[in-house]
Design a protein around this ligand. Structure first.
Ligand code: SAH
Length: 344
């Protein structure tokens, strides 16, 4: 049976016209689906029982719902979200003193092959549907209200998958999340993170969504980057930079570079210099992310000294740099650790 959430508002209106119902019914149903995130036609209480029965004859709702939730000692919560075809993705609730951030997935597994990321090791892959992305957000919003007494404040597309490889659904999900007739969240509190697909970055700039953009850089030296993120051979750093300049020009939004420092890989002066040179080409800031081990020995050499050197040199060069503490590592919920371990 058809998933009712695959229909646009106009399509819903057409449907109600066909069965001889008033068009405002479409808006009521849309509201249940996208604003209230209801998963049951039978609970649409402002529709008559007859109408609910009729709807159920034509449509179903395919929910993505938490199968299992783990809580970290630091308050981070990781949901294993079961999809209608039995596959699982993970999404993470990250609380701070004042905010709750949802880290959501855009694909089951990932089509890229970053050597340091656990998600890349998962084979099975499909794109998430719009509703499957929105459900992760709505779920974390409910959890935030229940456990932290406040609504969800921020969303980062930093879970499983490469958002730019599921572009259409990610953009539509963002529209559903931000529109007043959807979840009504501010787009300024949403960050799309990408490994860098220039054509798609430009397309996203043209959407006028007002979201933020993060780029997983990890090295501004082509050779090193291609080694640790092999897919990036197809997307040279200068092309990525062109797209970031376009992004800034179109949106006025500063780009965030995500960067891990690994001993023996990018912990030398040459790398720091290259990063500064790269950052200077576009208004940007740097987030130094703590690496979360995934059992790939070559990345396991942390050098706090070189992290500190990065911070010193970037600051000296006038570039804003933040050091991001890892969250939820004890339940494999931290960056790069999402690999459906709970569902094995
Ligand atoms: N595919 C997108 C979205 C995933 S975001 C992207 O690459 O941006 C996940 C972030 O965590 C990325 O910045 C990624 O580079 C980083 N990451 C991946 N594995 C990691 C690990 N083991 N430790 C720390 N960060 C990691």
């Amino acid at each position: 049976m058809r998933d009712i959430r695959a229909l646009s508002l106009d399509e819903l209106k057409d449907f109600f016209a066909e069965i001889g119902e008033k068009p405002f019914r479409a808006k009521q149903v849309y509201d249940w689906l996208w604003s209230k995130n209801l998963h049951s036609i039978d609970e649409m209480t402002n529709l008559s029982k007859d109408l609910r029965d009729k709807l159920s004859q034509y449509f179903t709702i395919k929910p993505a719902a938490a199968d299992f939730t783990q809580k970290s000692t630091d308050g981070t919560m990781k949901n294993a979200v079961k999809l209608h075809d039995g596959l699982t993705v993970e999404s993470v609730l990250i609380p701070t003193e004042t905010r709750t951030t949802a880290c959501v997935s855009s694909q089951v597994g990932c089509s890229l092959n970053c050597e340091f990321c656990a998600t890349a090791k998962l084979k099975r892959m499909r794109n998430l549907e719009v509703a499957e992305i929105v459900d992760q957000v709505a779920l974390i919003d409910r959890q935030s209200k229940e456990y932290f007494d406040r609504p969800l404040s921020n969303i980062v597309f930093m879970g499983m998958g490469e958002p730019m490889m599921n572009y259409k659904n990610v953009v539509e999900a963002i529209r559903k999340i931000t529109k007043p007739e959807g979840l009504g969240m501010s787009p300024r509190r949403i960050t799309v993170s990408t490994s860098g697909i220039p054509k798609m970055i430009k397309m996203l700039a043209d959407e006028d969504l007002k979201v933020k953009l993060a780029l997983s850089l990890h090295s501004a030296i082509e050779e090193t980057r291609n080694e640790i993120m092999p897919f990036s051979e197809k997307f040279p750093l200068h092309e990525i930079m062109d797209s970031l300049k376009y992004w800034y020009q179109k949106t006025g939004n500063v780009v965030t570079f995500e960067y891990c420092v690994w001993g023996g890989i990018n912990d030398n002066d040459e790398h720091i210099k290259a990063l500064i040179k790269y950052c200077r080409q576009v208004p940007s800031k740097v987030n130094l992310i703590q690496y979360n081990p995934i059992g790939e020995g070559k990345f396991d050499h942390r050098s706090i000294e070189s992290e500190e050197k990065y911070v010193r040199e970037l600051t000296k060069a006038g570039i804003t740099v933040m050091v991001r503490r890892s969250r939820g590592a004890d339940i494999d919920a931290a960056c790069g650790q999402l690999a459906n371990k709970t569902s094995d």
